[in-house]
Ligand binder design. Structure first.
Ligand SMILES: C[S@@+](CC[C@H](N)C(=O)[O-])C[C@H]1O[C@@H](n2cnc3c(N)ncnc32)[C@H](O)[C@@H]1O
Length: 420
């Protein structure tokens, strides 16, 4: 009896015995299935090129993850697929484990590094450095062999002033081999979730007071004293100025490959409304779309956009974007209500207007095919387990195709090639 109690307690202390949920927390469904995946899709062409080149030269890839936290960049990068694989293929990673020489993560936070080490302890290709990059690449990194990928994720560069980032990037250009990839990740300046902050002058660096309040359930948020810290909000133009400056200082060419907005629809603070009281609880609703055996009230996904006077350009973008998302959700609701699962067909034909933006028409077409294709399946709650996740992927695809890459999402990410 004692042994049994000890074994269960031991399991509980590891944290691995906690009830798993994709509805809340750092690793919610949106992070894993939307944000990580979307980053991977944008990275895919450059990563595939790099790996082709490495294979040709009989070399393997080395990765540095700055501000690695718990080392999640490893999973993100190793999860990027090489292309749109055929359905019968199962080895689809851009970086297969035999092609990885080393992943080195660096962070200033010892607690996060402890987590990272515990999680990756069995992987001999993963190693961590405890250091500070606020004054450029520290000596502990400069003495390392050059890396092929200099990676940051989930807003790491927003921790620094622009001149600090210039120094970090100039240093890593000096450290890099003849050709390397660099990923720079900031918070976007004009996300709808912080519409209250839009008025700060665009020609000055602006840091918001950021609170990680979203990891608490809604009923606990008011009771917890969540501390805040400053994070830089970024636009595309400001990012390009930083790259120009770092290029001048290092003498290396820094060529943009792609710059994209991530999480326009489902930024973390859409859920809290702390910086814009008109935000709907969208993140929870989209998490629910991806959750197995949980049906979602699709009307919770509809957004009642409230523009901010004096910001026509931004308001116009968000109006078009949110109305497109709403149209896709409403179309899916119509398809579901018109589908006759006994007869395995639609009773009527919900309308798609010819003047809709092409990405919206494409997403509607896919949702219709999905519902017609599987709506008749009787086993395994086909709505919760297949149709709803697909609505999540279709909304993600809509975001990917409509985003302008200017700073209108929770994150603004730039993928660059360093050439010397
Ligand atoms: C927004 S988090 C991103 C963490 C991680 N990349 C992820 O995917 O979740 C930023 C990270 O940068 C780290 N950081 C902040 N200032 C730093 C510094 N001066 N030197 C090194 N790391 C720093 C923080 O400890 C934190 O882990």
């Amino acid at each position: 009896m004692m042994a049994e109690k000890k074994a269960y307690s031991q399991a509980a202390y590891t944290g691995k015995y906690d009830r798993a949920t994709g509805l809340l927390g750092k690793y919610d469904n949106v992070r894993r299935l939307w944000e990580d995946q979307l980053t991977g899709i944008f990275l895919r062409p450059a990563l595939t090129d790099l790996m082709d080149e490495k294979r040709r030269l009989l070399k393997r890839v080395r990765i540095l993850d700055l501000g690695c936290g718990s080392g999640d960049g490893y999973d993100l990068l190793m999860g990027v697929t090489t292309k749109d694989p055929d359905i019968y293929e199962y080895i689809i990673a851009a970086i297969t484990s035999d092609m990885l020489r080393e992943y080195v993560g660096l962070d200033i936070n010892e607690d996060l590094l402890k987590q990272a080490e515990a999680y990756h302890s069995a992987n001999q290709k993963v190693r961590f450095i405890h250091d500070d990059v606020s004054r450029g690449l520290p000596a502990s990194v400069k003495k390392e062999e050059p890396f092929d990928i200099y990676f940051t994720s989930y807003g790491t560069f927003s921790h620094f002033h622009d001149d600090q980032v210039v120094k970090i990037i100039a240093d890593l250009c000096t450290h890099a081999p003849e050709r390397a990839l660099m990923v720079g990740d900031w918070l976007g300046r004009y996300s709808y979730e912080w519409q209250d902050l839009w008025h700060h002058p665009a020609d000055q660096e602006y840091f918001m007071d950021y609170r990680i309040s979203y990891i608490y359930p809604e009923h606990e948020r008011g009771q917890v004293d969540v501390s805040s810290f400053p994070l830089r909000l970024m636009t595309r133009d400001e990012m390009m100025k930083i790259m120009d400056q770092a290029s001048k200082e290092s003498g290396a060419e820094i060529k943009p490959i792609t710059i994209f907005d991530r999480s326009i629809l489902i930024g973390r603070h859409m859920e809290t409304g702390e910086y814009n009281k008109n935000c709907p609880n969208l993140r929870l609703a989209v998490n629910s779309l991806f959750e197995s055996y949980l049906r979602t009230d699709l009307e919770r996904l509809l957004i009642d956009h409230v523009p901010r006077p004096g910001f026509d350009h931004l308001n116009n973008f968000f109006e078009m974007f949110f109305m497109s998302c709403n149209a896709l959700v409403n179309y899916t609701i119509s398809l579901l209500s018109e589908y006759d699962s006994e007869a395995a067909k639609l009773r009527t034909d919900p309308q798609v207007q010819p003047f809709y933006p092409d990405p919206l028409k494409e997403a509607m077409h896919i949702m219709r095919k999905v519902i017609e294709g599987v709506g008749w399946v009787k086993w395994g709650d086909v709505r919760a387990n297949f149709i709803e996740p697909h609505l999540g992927y279709s909304l993600r695809r809509l975001e990917m195709t409509l985003q302008p890459g200017t700073g209108v999402g929770h994150s603004l990410v730039g993928v660059f090639e360093i050439r010397k």
